[in-house]
Write a protein that binds this ligand. Structure first.
Ligand code: GLC
Length: 641
């Protein structure tokens, strides 16, 4: 039983108690863990006074939480794992690309509701440096609103409106680094030792060089190395991402205390889900890759145990785009199981789906998914196909080899397929961080362009357009039914193509991720009634899938996923099992019709009441000599009642 379940029990047994009394109960229940985690990171001998500070801080932070949110926290505790519900469907968007600013976004809530969205992930809206700022991931401040998005009051108005409409808000907490313009960085630059110790700063490059021996590079093209010399401070500072993003030094307990306060200030604005940005990088140790270290997990759990005590209705999303076996660890392992992040990005599924599109086969998908350790029952996935970042080819080399491919050649093939280096490929993606020396690289591009819609429209090729619409629906159908929260990337619901305008902007042109950060096309949206438009076909197909998901509790994540082998290498099949109804998902990744044996489907009971209905096409399935045919790129959702 994880700590959240303990709090749920305590809350249920003490309904008459005040929020403050219940806070005291939670503190009592979590304190032992908090103390242990804290001293595992910060030895008691040197950090006793910091622990005392934390003890004083926790009730203060609870007092700072608005009453309305305290009440909501208790309701959420009572309800239990609300984030696993079939009703959850998210959208990720850039406020200014979506519609003007926060007020503008609020005016467009009806559009989002119409599509069926109830969770919004807004890309960073806090203050950031002018010029290069990694799309807001270089933060000058952890809460409040940068002018261009409106005011803090606009954010409070928006969160209030979202609560009224039973919608949820996710914001980023850029926990690993600040910008070089953050107040702490400014003080460090001015020579203040206290703040220099908030970062990893060094008088000369001896230590940086020693670190570099084992640390990989995140942005080798635009920001090589992991350290930057700051002429103002006359010191080296660790900058794992861009040179203007300074890594916070969590081996200093002051940093943890300050960041906990920042986190609470942020969630007190009405945030429901905290996207813990780049959390795999939180702890650094010389001689290691300084990613996924055990101490990073202790730290995340410490944040969780503290925030859960203060605001139990707020949950964490792990942004750990790392190897499949590492991702599940962010849910917490062993005694920390279910006590780190409630949600994690299913980056493995995402990358594997793109691999299946390029290869038209599902072998690597099966190999990987069936070998990844199960997630804890109280945790869930964000399932997505595209986001604001690149697609990394982080497959396990062992699995690539086991399916009979050469890892290096295979990755080259994927880059060639998606990044316009093969005549026959319909994808129009771009390379990201390509290293000609090693041949390593990543892929950028919008879902629609990567799935051939751009080529289809350019060539006015109706068959290609049709095929790409099927692919778009296929991939979305999988993330909507796999188990977890589907997160649609704004624009994908109307098949938005690549946006090449970034090439004209000096502070963006070297970062091809901007090609998949387009403006929302309200002109197209005003014409969605026209069913002839490919964009409107995509929109209406997704809208229908979303509403089907929301009607059937079997889509909720109860750890009820069963992956089935069909014997056909082009098909992906999985089942979501339930007491009163079950769902079988079949997806054909090939451009030709494919068949699967129907016997195993019959054995699962899908034919006991006659031929089952595919709720995607609204048609009963027809068998052909005991074989079930799937059209090119067809998605089927078979229901069993
Ligand atoms: C995360 C963000 C990415 C950003 C990085 C550094 O990975 O998704 O956009 O560049 O963190 O903050």
């Amino acid at each position: 039983m994880n700590q959240a379940s303990v709090h749920r029990l305590i809350t249920a047994k003490n309904k008459k108690k005040s929020p403050k009394e219940l806070f005291d109960f939670r503190l009592a229940a979590n304190l032992g863990l908090i103390q242990r985690l804290f001293h595992q990171l910060y030895p008691q001998e040197s950090s006793e006074n910091h622990f005392q500070k934390l003890l004083l801080l926790l009730p203060k932070l609870f007092d700072s939480r608005p009453e309305e949110l305290k009440v909501q926290d208790l309701l959420r505790l009572e309800r239990g794992n609300w984030y696993q519900s079939e009703k959850m469907v998210g959208m990720q968007l850039y406020v200014e690309h979506f519609y003007k600013d926060l007020k503008g976004l609020q005016s467009k809530l009806p559009y989002l509701k119409d599509l069926g969205i109830n969770l919004l992930h807004l890309m960073p809206i806090t203050d950031r440096p002018k010029g290069e700022n990694d799309g807001g991931y270089a933060v000058n401040k952890y809460y409040g609103v940068a002018k261009r998005y409106g005011s803090s009051q606009d954010l409070l108005n928006l969160t209030q409106e979202l609560r009224k409409q039973n919608m949820f808000l996710m914001l980023d907490f850029v926990v690993n680094h600040t910008s070089n313009e953050h107040l702490w960085a400014k003080k460090a630059k001015a020579g203040n030792k206290k703040y220099q110790n908030y970062y990893y700063t060094y008088a000369d490059d001896t230590v940086p060089k020693a670190f570099e021996k084992s640390m990989p590079e995140v942005f080798p093209e635009t920001s090589p190395g992991n350290f930057t010399y700051d002429p103002e401070m006359k010191k080296w500072v660790m900058t794992v991402f861009n040179s203007y993003q300074w890594d916070l030094n969590y081996s200093n307990p002051e940093v943890f205390l300050e960041m906990l306060s920042n986190l609470v200030k942020m969630v007190n604005q009405g945030v429901d889900v905290v996207r813990f940005d780049a959390l795999a990088f939180l702890w650094k140790k010389m001689g290691t890759i300084s990613q996924n270290l055990p101490e990073a997990h202790l730290l995340i759990s410490l944040f969780k145990m503290c925030l859960q005590t203060i605001a139990p209705g707020v949950i964490f999303l792990a942004e750990a785009i790392v190897a499949p076996t590492e991702i599940v660890k962010y849910f917490g392992e062993g005694t920390r199981e279910g006590n780190e992040c409630e949600i994690a990005y299913n980056a493995s599924l995402m990358a594997l789906l793109w691999n299946s599109i390029a290869t038209k086969k599902t072998v690597l998908l099966y190999k990987t998914l069936t070998n990844v350790p199960a997630k804890p029952k109280d945790c869930t996935w964000i399932n997505y196909i595209r986001c604001h970042d690149d697609i990394g080819l982080g497959y396990d080399n062992r699995f690539i080899e086991e399916v009979g491919w050469n890892p290096q050649m295979h990755r080259k093939f994927l880059l060639d397929y998606f990044c316009q280096r093969l005549d026959w490929s319909t994808a129009t993606g771009l390379l990201f961080m390509y290293n000609p020396k090693t041949g390593d690289g990543r892929i950028t591009g919008s879902a629609a362009s990567l799935l051939g819609l751009e080529t289809g429209l350019d060539k006015k090729d109706t068959d290609l357009i049709k095929e790409s619409i099927s692919k778009i629906v296929l991939l979305h159908g999988i993330i909507l039914s796999y188990g977890g929260i589907p997160l649609i990337y704004a624009g994908d619901e109307i098949g938005t193509l690549n946006d090449y305008s970034f090439l004209e902007e000096a502070d963006k042109k070297d970062d091809s991720r901007w090609v998949n950060r387009p403006k929302q096309n309200w002109d197209v949206i005003s014409r969605l009634k026209d069913q002839k438009l490919p964009q409107s076909q995509i929109f209406h197909a997704l809208k229908k899938l979303i509403s089907t998901r929301k009607k059937h509790p079997v889509f909720a994540d109860h750890n009820n996923l069963v992956i089935h082998h069909t014997g056909n290498d082009h098909i992906f099949a999985f089942e979501r099992t339930g007491d009163s109804e079950s769902l079988l998902v079949l997806a054909n990744f090939d451009e030709r019709e494919q068949v699967v044996q129907s016997r195993w489907i019959a054995k699962l009971g899908y034919f006991t009441k006659g031929e089952p209905k595919d709720v995607v096409s609204n048609k009963k399935v027809t068998l052909n000599s005991g074989l079930l045919p799937l059209k090119p790129f067809q998605l089927m959702w078979l229901m069993k009642h």
